[in-house]
Design a protein around this ligand. Structure first.
Ligand code: ZN
Length: 129
């Protein structure tokens, strides 16, 4: 799944105050699952995909995206979880503009040499909190 696939499954933002998560690379899609997994109380997220408002995604939407497969008795014996651990760590970034509506926001990657810029204040670079 790519970021575009994910952005195609979001809903229009109808609920103010959702945490904001910024995604910039396709390999960060798996990190969305990790982000929800970090805190069971997280019900939904406002996604910023490559600097564009992509609407929101709720935990229940994620379950639909993941898909499930029914297994029979004993199917789990001697199996390991599929895939490699991605060990995602959520970063909290903030816009230096006082009172910015999209600050703080979460991100799954940060390059200090080329920091992302605030969507609402494009002239301001985001920085770790
Ligand atoms: Zn801002």
């Amino acid at each position: 799944m790519t970021l575009d696939d994910l952005a195609g499954r979001t809903r229009p933002l109808a609920e103010p105050g959702l945490p904001v998560l910024r995604l910039d690379r396709d390999d960060e899609v798996a990190g969305v699952v990790a982000w929800f997994g970090e805190d069971r109380a997280r019900r939904g997220v406002h996604l910023i995909v490559r600097g564009e408002d992509a609407g929101c995604l709720f935990r229940t939407d994620l379950y639909d995206l993941m898909g499930t497969r029914s297994m029979g008795f004993g199917d789990s014996a001697r199996t390991i979880l599929p895939g490699a651990s991605t060990a995602w760590r959520t970063l909290e970034l903030e816009c230096p503009e006082p009172g910015c509506a999209e600050s703080p926001l979460y991100a799954l990657s940060f390059n200090p040499a080329a920091p992302p810029h605030c969507r609402l204040h494009p002239e301001r670079a985001l920085a770790p909190r």
